[in-house]
Design a protein around this ligand. Structure first.
Ligand SMILES: Cc1cc2nc3c(=O)[nH]c(=O)nc-3n(C[C@H](O)[C@H](O)[C@H](O)COP(=O)(O)O)c2cc1C
Length: 194
């Protein structure tokens, strides 16, 4: 089994997945989500929700989104179809919803972070099982048609869409880009003294 350091180091966003290669089935996703939500969660608010879609459901979600994008004037003519097609790039889609208190900004921040922590857990768990994944946001997170079809709760909002599957052997991710750790860490009292 790979060490956690190796998983963190080797996890990459898979911009390209092979829709023909199998992803995890529902039982496997469910067991990994059960582990992912062990991420820290202040005040036990349990803000995360996971809506999984396979097969023809992905196509229907794409169709609904394209229709909505046209109705809400979100896309230049034609591009909504490309967006909808993107959902078919992965054998498994996971829409991650968040349920929070909309009028309490501190709670909202804590819940959003709890969702992010659970998502990162899930990405690493997929990686451990030999799957690839991509966390996407963008226009689709503002969709109302997709949440309606997936049965979101009142007030639940999409915080991420996970595309899960396996990348084609020919795909290699771009080189990793991060600043040197020295640029983002400090130790001790380094502020200006009065
Ligand atoms: C909150 C969040 C939203 C993201 N949304 C998108 C997205 O909409 N499209 C995309 O191509 N990548 C998206 N990503 C993935 C990042 O672009 C990716 O993590 C970054 O390029 C670094 O690559 P790596 O994950 O392989 O290290 C998102 C990542 C996060 C954390």
């Amino acid at each position: 089994m790979l060490s956690l350091s190796t998983l963190v180091e080797e996890r990459r966003s898979a911009a390209l997945l092979d829709p023909e290669l199998p992803g995890p089935d529902f039982d496997e996703v469910k067991s990994l989500v059960g582990l992912a939500i062990l991420a820290p969660n202040h005040k036990y608010t349990f803000p995360w929700r996971f809506h999984v879609a396979f097969g023809e459901d992905r196509k229907e979600l794409g169709r609904l989104f394209a229709e909505e994008a046209r109705a809400r004037d979100w896309a230049a003519e034609g591009t909504e179809h490309r967006e909808a097609q993107k959902l078919l790039r992965a054998p498994v889609l996971i829409f991650v919803g968040m349920v929070t208190d909309p009028i309490n900004p501190i709670r909202r921040q804590e819940d959003l972070l709890a969702c992010g922590a659970a998502i990162e857990n899930l990405l690493l768990l997929f990686q451990e099982r030999g799957y690839d994944a991509m966390w996407r946001t963008g226009r689709m997170t503002a969709s109302q048609a997709i949440p309606a079809a997936l049965g979101y709760e009142a007030g639940e909002e999409t915080v991420g869409i996970l595309y899960v599957g396996r990348r084609p052997a020919t795909f290699s991710p771009p080189p990793r880009r991060r600043p040197p750790v020295d640029d983002v860490i400090s130790c001790g009292l380094v502020g200006a003294r009065s």
